[in-house]
Every structure is written in C-alpha cells, then in structure tokens.
Design a protein around this ligand. Structure first.
Ligand code: GLY
Ligand code: MN
Ligand code: MN
Length: 461
C-alpha cells in the first residue's frame, strides 16, 4: 500500500528481559542446595477429597472425566490476571493455589467394576541442573518468578493423587471435560450443593473474617467520607482484610453510596460518600481454601437512619426475616424468595407505591432473586439443572444467602420524591439444618437500632 512501511519477514520481539549468555546459563545451572517441601505437607481438604471423587466416579462408570484447573488469562501485554483455580478442580483435588493453572485432574476408568483412578496432570517443579532455564526465566512457571512449586512426588504427598507430568494439553487423553461438557458440569455443580461439615466450617471462617472487614469499614468511615472517592476507600479497606485473612474477595466488592445502591452490581466504586445518604456494602472474604462469604449491610453514613431510610430498611428487614423463616429441609428453593416478595409487595401496597400487592409489578423495585447457594463460588453450583436447584427442594447442609432488597431508581417517576435514589439490601448467609437454618452471619447487626448502636461503638460514640 502506498506510503506504508514494509514489514520485515522476521520480527524480533521480546520483552524487557535481557538475553542470557552461555556463561550465565552454565553458572545458573549449578550450585543449588536441595530444598524439599516439609514431608508432612498436605492440602487442607486431603481427607475429604477421596469421597468427593468417589461420588463423581459413581455417576460416570466407564467414562474418562477431565476436570481442568483452567488457564491463566492475559490481562494486557505480558501481564496476567491473578489465577484462581476452577471450583470443581479445587473441590476434587484440594489444590487451591495460584500455581495450579494448566493442571488437569483426570478420572481414568479402571477395571470392569466401573470405578476410576484419579490422575493429576501437572507442571512439576522444573529441573535446575539439566540446563532448563525455566526456573529463572519463565514468568508463569519459574520459581524465581512465581515461587516454589511441588515436584511430582511432593504433589502426590500433598494430594494423595497419582501425579504425572503434563506435556501440553494435546497429550491429554480424550474424555468428558468439566468445562465444555454440560452434563459433567451439571453433575459436578449438583454434587457440591450439600456442604460437608468441613466446608461449613470453612464458610463460617470466611463469614467471620467478612464481619471483621465490615467493622474495619465502619472504623474507616471518617477518612472515607473526607475523600472524593470514598467508595474506593471502602473497597480498599475491605480488600485489605480479605487479602490478610484469606485469598482475597470472593467477588468484586460493591461499595455503593446514595443512588449507586440502586445498581445491583455497582463495582465501579468511584463515587464520594454523602453523610446524609446510605452506604450499601456487599462484600465477602474468600478463604485460602476458596470458600466465600457474601454479606450486605446498608448503613446510614451519618450513623443514624433518617425516617424515610428507616422505613425502607425496616420493610427489607421484614422481608428478610420472612425469607429466613422459610428455610428448612424439604422446602422448595423458591419458597424463601416467595416469602420475601410477599412482604415487599404488601409493604409497597400499604405505602401506595403499588395499587395492590398481587401480580409481579413489585419486581420493578426488587429487580433480582432473593438469594442463592453459596460455597466455593459466590453464586455456587450455578450450572446445576433447574430441577436440582431453582425448582428443587432444600436439604440439610446447603448454604444460602437470603438477600431481599428494594431499589428505588432516582429517575423512577412512579415513586414519591422522598423514596427516589434509596437502595437497601440486607444479605445474610445461612446453613440449612435438620429443622430450619442457622444464621452464620449473625455477628453483624441487622435491626436499625442494632446497626446504629454498632456504628456508634465502632466510631467512638
Ligand atoms: N454479591 C453478589 C450477590 O449478592 O449475589
Ligand atoms: Mn452479595
Ligand atoms: Mn448474594
């Protein structure tokens, strides 16, 4: 093309890393001491994973199953997003680290009885003495770049699973794949619906750290209020707690002040805080074992609810109480949502916002469902079949959120001016018990009076 610069046949591209001389390469290959992992190192879920794999195995006799950890995703240029393994892989192997990218768990059919042998295809710790430069040159696998990774024998001890070297994904045998095969994905999601006691403990730990993070946020309010991007201040404060106590946040923190609270997943968090407004904080710590909490509190930034804020808050709270009371084994998953929505619709009709509580016009102001399963994923087990989840019945050991909300958009001409721009969600985490449900997030206050008292105590009166 006229005027364009001809491209050379061979582009020499590279990052800012300098080339390695033969002398340096030889030097780097020698003189290292052994540094083994502790002989008793085990993944925390080691005792639980064999039974989980057995339950999966029983569903697919004679079929090879592949459960990938997933691949790193480029953020931009030569930088990657932080890696977090797929939940099904973590659940079946107990491996939860950033170093798991590319790894694949294979359940290999073994014998006529229909069982499976688990085999982990992994990238083991690269050799140092063989001339392999990976350990000091490779940004994704080199231990001088990303840290120590186990060798094959160490990985077997950690997991109790036979480990083999992954020679590229094309070397994997064909089989059902947990990401692309909807049947395997659904079975894996449904197997995770009921949590074992160890998982409930991990979730409780995540909830407790999340409660501490909410306290951090309240203590930080004076400085956040003074900053032009106060929502970011709050996100940062909670994020610090999440990284200190666990793997990070289980989802992007929603720090929504004023009318931003009417945006369900407001994660831009770039607004200021106005002391006359509410703050909707929806945040969860994800444990090192990758279980996440999911809690929302809507707080008056002045420390006191105004009369109209309190009125909206109390209606949402009443809806949440009704929803939580509907949780028990054998209840339909939709029952607690219906209970929440009944209270909301009645309340809106009492206020004259709705002409009558029948029908689904209230959904203009509630926008989404009233809760979901919680576990390794914030919206846990989302690939389950409807008959096992959305249209199914609850069972002991399931962990759910109950999170009704009212979102009065600032430009909603159906509403009186005083309601516009108010958004309230109250979200708690519960585990279904033999005869009801246990509130896991009860450490955080829920009534307006308790919220005000709690904020007052944290803010020093
Ligand atoms: N934080 C997302 C949700 O509450 O579902
Ligand atoms: Mn939430
Ligand atoms: Mn939620």
């Amino acid at each position: 093309m006229a005027g364009s610069v001809p491209l050379p046949q061979h582009l020499h591209t590279g990052s800012h890393d300098l080339p390695v001389s033969a002398e340096l390469a030889a030097f780097m290959g020698t003189g290292w001491e052994e540094r083994a992992l502790p002989a008793d190192a085990r993944v925390p879920a080691r005792e639980m994973t064999p039974a989980r794999r057995d339950r999966l195995s029983a569903r697919f006799p004679g079929e090879r199953l592949l459960v990938p950890a997933g691949e790193v995703k480029v953020r931009s240029g030569d930088c990657d997003h932080r890696f977090r393994p797929h939940s099904a892989y973590a659940w079946l192997t107990g491996l939860t680290g950033e170093d798991q990218h590319g790894h694949v768990l294979v359940l290999e059919p073994s014998g006529p009885g229909g069982g499976h042998e688990a085999v982990l295809y992994i990238h083991p710790r690269p050799e140092r003495a063989s001339g392999d430069r990976t350990f000091y040159r490779d940004r994704r696998f080199g231990e001088f770049w990303v840290g120590r990774r186990p060798d094959l024998a160490e990985a077997e001890r950690l997991t109790g699973i036979r480990c083999v070297r992954l020679e590229g994904t094309r070397s994997l045998p064909p089989g059902r794949d947990a990401v692309s095969d909807p049947v395997l994905a659904a079975v894996l999601a449904e197997l995770r619906l009921v949590k074992d006691p160890w998982e409930v403990d991990e979730l409780q730990r995540a909830v407790d750290h999340t409660a501490a993070g909410f306290e951090d946020v309240v203590r930080a309010l004076p400085r956040a209020l003074a900053h032009p991007r106060g929502e970011r201040w709050i996100e940062g404060v909670f994020g610090m707690r999440a990284r200190l106590e666990g793997n990070g946040t289980g989802y992007e923190t929603i720090a929504a002040s004023g009318a931003h609270a009417c945006v369900l997943h407001w994660t831009r968090n770039d607004g200021p805080l106005d002391p006359s407004e509410l703050l909707l904080l929806d945040a969860g710590v994800e444990s090192d074992t990758l279980y996440t909490a999911d809690i929302t509190r809507t707080l008056p930034l002045s420390g006191r609810f105004s009369p109209v804020q309190r009125r909206v808050y109390e209606l949402v709270l009443a809806a949440q109480e009704a929803g939580m009371a509907a949780l028990r084994p054998g209840a339909r998953f939709r029952d607690f949502h219906r209970a929440c929505m009944g209270v909301i619709a009645e309340g809106l009709a009492d206020w004259g916002v709705l002409k009558d509580p029948e029908g689904d016009r209230h959904r203009r102001y509630t926008l989404c469902g009233s809760g979901h399963m919680l576990g390794l994923d914030v919206h846990d087990c989302a690939r389950s079949r409807a008959e096992a989840y959305l249209d199914g019945v609850l069972a002991e050991g399931q962990v759910l959120t109950v999170e009704p909300g009212l979102y009065f958009q600032p430009d909603d001409a159906t509403l009186p001016a005083e309601l516009r721009g108010i958004g309230v969600r109250i979200e708690d985490d519960l585990v279904v018990t033999a005869d009801g449900a246990r509130l896991m997030s009860g450490a955080l206050p829920r009534t307006p009076e308790a919220v005000e008292e709690w904020m007052g105590a944290l803010l020093g009166g």
